[in-house]
Design a protein around this ligand. Structure first.
Ligand SMILES: [Zn+2]
Length: 373
């Protein structure tokens, strides 16, 4: 089974785990690296086993997030492994700062736990003191497997705690700030701190370790993107379909002609029309379909020939965050709002954006941290 070029590894604790195809490039690369270094096939296989073990740790990290989120009633769509790490697609993040903090911290804590367990094992079996000597003797980069996993988990723990947005540390910082501040403001401050840190990394990287330059650039770009995304999400928090829907809209009958749809299109700001039959919605017609219909069949063709028959139906109380996941651009442009079995309105992305603009304007005017909840 595949999903977005990913192969399903299996289903654990009710969550599908996928592996992205690019991951195999890393596997092949590691093998070739060892093989070309003249270490032979055995070393190549050992290298691959190490990467697999490392990615198992990454999967466990993601399960740390997912299973903690589940305790707060948030489901995880899936966990996908990419060469740069894992991504757990949580349906949403908890609104309460304490819960968000717990979800964000859970991932890095898993790696800390693994590192501690390995350290205890190495300590008990007396392998720690011998490590440095053996590395020097061999004079190679080859480090013992288990010790390597210890180092890797420690790095994962520390790296993820960097307080900048693509990392869990960014979320942790934001959650801590939102105990005292409004979520949008907390997001902006957290993103700002993350980006300043990124600039510092790039700067230090030129003097000390060039890797820091890459990490800094990665963090900088990630922080900007996440900040914009998180800001929208924070603005949307608490808003529902009933806060943004259109009550006034043009309704067409299936037998109405495209000509009539064109007149409505030119007469109003609307770009989508609802088609109903005996007050029941039966389809939606977008501007693109009207244009397509006109070029194929002319003004007199009925709208029923070109309308989309499968459309999204939502209730008044659905969260706008959830709605935006249903009306992805290019697929479904709008949703039909039905309450108590009857049609109450339409909603599209533009309505949601307008609502956000209005809320922001009101907020600036009133200095009110959370209008319209
Ligand atoms: Zn994480």
């Amino acid at each position: 089974m595949t999903k977005h070029w990913s192969i399903k590894l299996g289903r654990f604790a009710g969550i599908d785990v996928f592996i992205h195809w690019t991951f195999w490039i890393i596997i092949g690369w590691i093998f070739l690296l060892h093989f070309n270094a003249g270490n032979g096939i055995e070393a190549g296989i050992r290298g691959i086993l190490f990467i697999l073990a490392l990615f198992l740790c990454v999967v466990l990290h993601e399960f740390g997030h997912a299973l903690t989120a589940r305790r707060y009633g948030i489901t995880t769509r899936d966990i996908t492994l990419y060469p740069i790490g894992g991504v757990a697609s949580l349906e949403s993040m908890p609104d309460k700062p304490a819960q968000e903090l717990a979800v964000a911290v859970a991932g890095p804590l898993v790696n800390a736990g693994i590192a501690v367990i390995i350290a205890v094992y190495l300590g008990i079996s007396g392998q720690f003191p011998g490590l440095r000597a053996s590395a020097l003797e061999n004079g190679s980069l080859e480090i013992p497997f288990v010790f390597g996993l210890f180092v890797a988990n420690t790095v994962l723990f520390v790296f993820n705690l960097i307080p900048a947005f693509p990392m869990d540390g960014g979320r942790i910082l934001r959650a801590l700030l939102s105990f005292r501040l409004d979520k949008v403001l907390a997001t902006q401050i957290a993103a700002g701190i993350g980006q300043s840190l990124a600039i510092l990394f790039v700067f230090l990287g030129f003097f000390f370790n060039f890797w820091l330059v890459f990490i800094g650039l990665f963090v900088y770009l990630g922080a900007a993107r996440e900040a914009a995304f998180e800001k929208t999400k924070a603005l949307l928090a608490g808003l529902r379909v009933k806060d943004a829907l259109m009550h006034k809209f043009t309704v067409l009958n299936p037998d109405d002609t495209l000509g009539r749809a064109v007149d409505s299109l030119l007469d109003s700001q609307e770009t989508h029309f609802l088609i109903t039959e005996e007050n029941e919605p039966v389809g939606v017609l977008s501007r693109n379909e009207i244009i397509k219909g006109l070029s194929e069949r002319g003004r007199d063709a009925p709208v029923s020939l070109f309308m989309q028959r499968d459309f999204v139906i939502v209730g008044m109380d659905m969260k706008l965050q959830e709605l935006l996941q249903k009306i992805a651009p290019g697929e479904q442009d709008l949703a039909v709002v039905i309450e108590g079995g009857s049609l109450v309105g339409l909603i599209d992305r533009q309505n949601v954006e307008e609502r956000l603009l209005i809320n922001e304007a009101l907020k600036q005017r009133r200095g009110d941290p959370a209008p319209h909840r």
